[in-house]
Design a protein around this ligand. Structure first.
Ligand code: MRU
Length: 370
């Protein structure tokens, strides 16, 4: 997607030195565009844990390149140990997004086909690039499927703007390109279908206010930023035609883990007959577990993310201020799980399906347990 009319991805190898991987450090957006160099596995682990990069797809792509970076520091005698330690370090950074362990496992399987260190290194570079390219391609394709859902709503409204509510940032910044929740929106906007996006600010990290609003602005998509608690009111008054969110992990039975607050939006959508869609590339399915509420690990982050906010002053200084009493206790659950019964449909790179085991496995028959 474009920043100031220049096309970017969120992660890419340095064209002059492929030992260095470049990322957009998202902590500085929307105020500043900062490109950061990652040079060793510790840089990658810190970038994921401290949310220089974030969002399921991008966390996966970063982990893929992180594994490649790890082998650059290995020799013939220690390569197995180095890769095992790197895998453990990367997987420990964030527990909820399934793309992370998926990408690490894909690298560990790929590297086994190499016969010497040079070949193994080259395989890991190629695999990291494939993971990133595939992420972008899958998001583009799911955008085409989601576009048809928006097109139908637009036809029903005789071309009046389709009002779409989204939560958090499942935009191109959360992936390598295009995004998941935003891909159908960008596709519709490009086709001239009128859309308007309600952007939840998404406390405490404010991915909606800082990132989704910035992305939509850069692409010229009409949008309105709302406080997190506004969605129910908008739905009661007929101001939301559909919800599209992303997901950090979705069970093959259709339970959806996404940014904290998503479940409440799904409940409000159900109560108001507003269709609630979840967009995801297949790398975000968890094919092992059935019960999302019981089994998906929910990350708990520092309470400082709730007590402090940062922003830009009138004199262009980025400042952080505390907004709660210093000694007040906090609980910062980063995700919640929306049960499948509240989800109207899953938008994937292979098409749109109902959020249940039978329909998901019809799209992904190779995942059927044998
Ligand atoms: O904590 P984050 O920012 O990594 O959370 C991930 C998200 O951005 C959202 O939960 C998103 O809606 C799904 S990830 C594509």
């Amino acid at each position: 997607m474009k920043i100031n009319n220049i096309a970017y991805r969120t992660i890419w190898p340095d064209p002059d030195n492929r030992q260095t991987i470049k990322i957009i450090d998202q902590r500085h957006l929307p105020h500043k565009l900062v490109i950061e160099d990652l040079n060793n596995v510790n840089d990658f682990a810190a970038a994921i844990a401290e949310m220089h990069v974030r969002g399921a797809g991008l966390i996966g792509a970063t982990a893929g390149f992180g594994m490649y970076s790890a082998i650059l520091a290995a020799d013939n005698d220690n390569v197995d140990v180095v890769l095992k330690e790197a895998a453990e370090k990367l997987i420990a950074t964030r527990p909820t997004a399934t793309n992370l362990s998926w990408a690490v496992a894909r690298q560990l399987a790929a590297v086994k086909t190499g016969h010497d260190l040079a070949e193994m290194t080259s395989i890991m570079f190629d695999t990291a690039c494939q993971i990133a390219d595939e992420d972008a391609d899958y998001c583009r394709r799911l955008g085409e499927h989601g576009l048809e859902v928006i097109r139908k709503l637009s036809e029903q409204k005789n071309g009046e703007p389709v009002n779409i509510l989204t939560h958090c940032n499942a935009g191109w910044l959360a992936f390598v390109d295009y995004g998941s929740a935003t891909a159908p929106i960008y596709a519709a906007h490009r086709e001239g279908i009128k859309v308007h996006v309600w952007v939840d600010e998404t406390r405490p990290w404010l991915q909606g206010a800082k990132l989704t609003a910035w992305e939509l602005n850069e692409e010229g998509v009409p949008h309105t930023l709302v406080a997190d608690n506004t969605g129910g009111h908008l739905m009661q008054h007929g101001l939301v035609d559909m919800v599209i969110v992303g997901t950090d992990r979705t069970t093959y039975t259709g339970d959806v883990a996404n940014k904290i607050g998503t479940y409440l939006k799904a409940l409000a959508a159900k109560d108001n007959d507003v269709p609630f869609y979840v967009a995801l590339p297949s790398s975000t399915f968890d094919w092992q577990i059935r019960d999302g509420v019981k089994e998906i690990p929910i990350e708990e982050r520092s309470g400082d993310e709730i007590k402090y906010v940062s922003g830009i002053t009138e004199s262009d200084l980025i400042e952080t201020v505390r907004i709660a009493p210093e000694t007040t206790a906090t609980a910062n659950y980063a995700f919640d799980v929306t049960p499948a019964r509240l989800v109207t449909g899953l938008i994937t790179e292979r098409g749109v399906c109902a959020a249940n085991e039978e329909e998901v496995l019809k799209l992904y028959p190779e995942k059927k347990p044998s």
